[in-house]
Design a protein around this ligand. Structure first.
Ligand code: VGL
Ligand code: ZN
Length: 250
């Protein structure tokens, strides 16, 4: 029996886990990140301990990777309604024929501009273990928090080709992945939407709680957890039975 068809201890359902490390980038980390998430850098050692588990069949790192005029940047828009964190702009669905569909998009400080230091993965992460990188948010006209699809739920590569450089659903399917474990930043944005879209893509989706930090910590994370559970995502801990099951794979 190959490892990719190994079944779980209960006997029947296959368990083929992948790890997704979301946006562990300089701009999301103190002390100098332009959109620094409190304690963002502090989760690196936990992330590394997960990356070192041989039982994951694939370890994917995502990177927010924006053009300098990205729609989510406050400076892309004229004042006065361009305050980072507070203002919103109207965003149109980029799918052909769907341009009349719009969504409010929250504005952010400029961050993770493609090719800049801010977009690089922090050096504390052991990138020697990363099998695949996914760059996302590259289309200037649309937000993409999730590694699976844009803010309008477009996942078809014909629509998302300008936004993302890898079809993550196909990459996971190619390895017969059944379960995705998700860590990284930010818990209330890119981790959240990646975890929810993993469920929509047909995977069991597990967020490892100590492995994430939020833009709005505390009560913000409690609310996010409710939304995650309501969408079919489970919240687990690194020392719980789910991660132990990954460790027990040979
Ligand atoms: C993120 C805000 C804007 C994230 C990305 O990685 O969670 N948050 N862009
Ligand atoms: Zn972004």
């Amino acid at each position: 029996m190959t490892s990719s068809t190994k079944t779980d201890v209960d006997g029947d359902s296959p368990f083929v886990p992948a790890l997704i490390v979301v946006d562990m980038q300089e701009d999301f980390c103190p002390p100098n990140g332009s959109l620094a998430v409190q304690e963002g850098r502090s989760i690196a050692s936990l992330v590394n301990s997960l990356l070192a588990i041989p039982g994951f069949v694939v370890r994917i790192a995502t990177q927010d990777f924006h053009p300098p005029d990205h729609i989510s940047f406050a400076k892309t828009h004229p004042g006065p309604n361009n305050r980072p964190f507070e203002s919103f702009t109207e965003m149109k669905n980029p799918a052909p024929g769907r341009e009349s569909e719009t969504k409010p998009q929250q504005l952010w400080p400029e961050h993770c501009v493609a090719g800049t230091h801010g977009a690089s993965i922090i050096p504390e992460i052991d990138t020697s273990k990363i099998d695949l990188y996914v760059k996302k948010g590259m289309n200037p006209r649309v937000e993409m928090y999730s590694a699976f699809g844009d803010a309008f739920g477009n996942i078809d590569p014909s629509v998302t080709a300008k936004s993302v450089d890898v079809d993550i659903k196909a990459a996971l399917a190619e390895k017969n992945v059944t379960d995705v474990f998700i860590v990284g930043i930010a818990g209330d944005y890119c981790v959240k939407f990646t975890a929810i879209d993993a469920v929509k893509a047909g995977f069991k989706s597990w967020v490892i709680e100590e492995g994430t930090k939020c833009v709005v910590p505390g009560p913000g994370w409690e609310k996010t957890k409710e939304e995650l559970r309501a969408s079919g995502v489970s919240i687990v801990t690194a020392d719980g039975p789910e991660v132990a099951k990954v460790k027990s794979r040979t």
